[in-house]
Design a protein around this ligand. Structure first.
Ligand code: SAM
Length: 387
């Protein structure tokens, strides 16, 4: 049985462990520890035997080739978040800002039984697998199904709480029966798996074709939450029509816009600064005109020290401004105590999250009141108020 390396914690790196090696922010590599192997980077080589036995999170240092400097890597224990940043992309993937929001919105917990279609690169599958009771994932692309199955086995997910099935859910729905291409293990004379799902996540080009198949596999006695992940508003439109037709309610559409804010200091420029700068420009312009005129009249004195300051084309240079509050001239370090600064925020434009529209909806199939249960609750309330 493969270890549950994505959900169990351990202190020390052992032979056979799947580790994530952090080379840099954009370069995280999944590496299985094998004592005779070496992890090679362009900075140098890291033998696995020097890593095995160290605590997770350790920084491993080596001397770089041909120089006396050090190269570092960090060896980390896998998490769904790090896996999303390092996995081999077979498709577009769902990133953590979206997956975390979706899971909290759908109240995911160890009680949840989740249907996911399609599996794709398995990014979201890993996040679901860590938090929910059981994940039923569906993928119709055969090669991708095989790759995901292999990966989930290696990561201990199949032995734990994940079932993956090869299926076009738009055509064939979600029921898993004996004889299907699936990792589901049927017990004794069981002929079909009971999904009884209370969470559904559809990352498909045409979710509206899959939604009509859901009623036979979702829980009937509790509220079921659904989320469709669609990049185009036209897809949302078509999904909404079908959701309404099939009795899904509390529909809401959300878009996650990932932004990273950076705190910076910006120099405070006053009106006096602007005036001084204008005077400075005027002064330099005038000096230049006068100097060119003297050159033309051939009256420049060779002892004039300004004659020394010429560029390659022989054009005299004017003296550089000492302080230019508008960006040019001598560089001033951010926060220099000789100047006035104010705190500002700058937005980092690029952040990894695939912006799609998230359409949420909920459904309760059996809306009948359980009179017996209601009476029991009312009686216990009455009793408490009398006491
Ligand atoms: C964008 S990817 C899903 C990515 C995934 N959510 C992740 O985080 O890695 C969409 C996947 O859905 C699969 N797919 C498309 N239509 C399908 C269908 N009708 N039934 C099952 N899978 C389907 C595609 O083959 C593809 O792998």
């Amino acid at each position: 049985m493969t270890a549950r390396c994505f959900s169990d914690y351990k202190d020390l790196i052992e032979e056979g462990d799947l580790t994530l090696i952090w080379v840099s922010r954009d370069n995280i590599k999944p590496v299985r520890m094998q004592s005779e192997e070496t992890f090679n980077t362009r900075y140098g080589s890291f033998p696995h035997k020097d890593i095995i036995g160290k605590p997770y999170g350790s920084q491993i240092a080596i001397r770089t080739k041909g120089s006396n400097k050090f190269a570092f890597i960090h060896v980390l224990q896998p998490t769904p978040e790090l896996w999303t940043l390092s996995l081999p992309h077979r498709t577009q993937i769902v990133y953590t800002p979206d997956s975390s929001y979706i899971m909290q919105k759908l109240n995911c917990s160890p009680h949840s039984k989740v249907i996911e279609a399609g599996t794709g690169s398995g990014s979201f599958s890993h996040a679901f697998a860590r938090s929910v009771g059981h994940l039923f994932s569906f993928e119709f692309h055969h090669v991708r199904y095989e790759q995901a199955l292999e990966e989930f086995k290696e990561h201990g997910l199949i032995d734990d709480n994940v079932t993956i099935t090869h299926r076009d859910v738009c055509q064939g729905g979600f029921t898993i029966e004996k004889g299907d291409t699936t990792s589901y293990e049927f017990i004794n004379d069981e002929t079909a798996a009971s999904l009884n799902a209370n969470v559904v996540f559809l990352d498909l080009p045409a979710p509206w074709d899959a939604i009509p198949h859901l009623d036979s596999v979702i829980a009937t006695e509790e509220k079921v939450g659904l989320c469709c992940f669609s990049p185009c508003i036209e897809q949302v439109d078509k999904t909404l029509e079908v959701l309404e037709k099939y009795g899904w309610a509390d529909v809401e559409m959300v878009e996650i816009q990932g932004r990273q804010y950076e705190s910076r200091r910006q120099m405070v420029r006053s009106l006096d600064d602007a005036m001084e700068r204008l005077r400075d420009i005027k002064r330099h312009k005038l000096q230049g005109v006068e100097r060119r005129k003297r050159m033309f009249d051939n009256t420049i004195d060779t002892s004039d020290e300004k004659i020394e300051k010429r560029n390659e084309d022989g054009i005299p240079l004017t003296e550089k401004a000492k302080f230019n509050p508008f960006g040019k001239g001598s560089r001033i370090k951010e926060g220099d105590s000789n100047y006035k600064w104010k705190e500002v925020t700058k937005v980092e434009s690029e952040i990894k999250s695939h912006t799609s529209y998230l359409t949420f909806a909920f459904k309760v199939i059996n809306k009948c009141r359980d009179e017996e249960q209601v009476n029991e609750i009312l009686q216990s309330i009455n009793k408490k108020s009398k006491d």
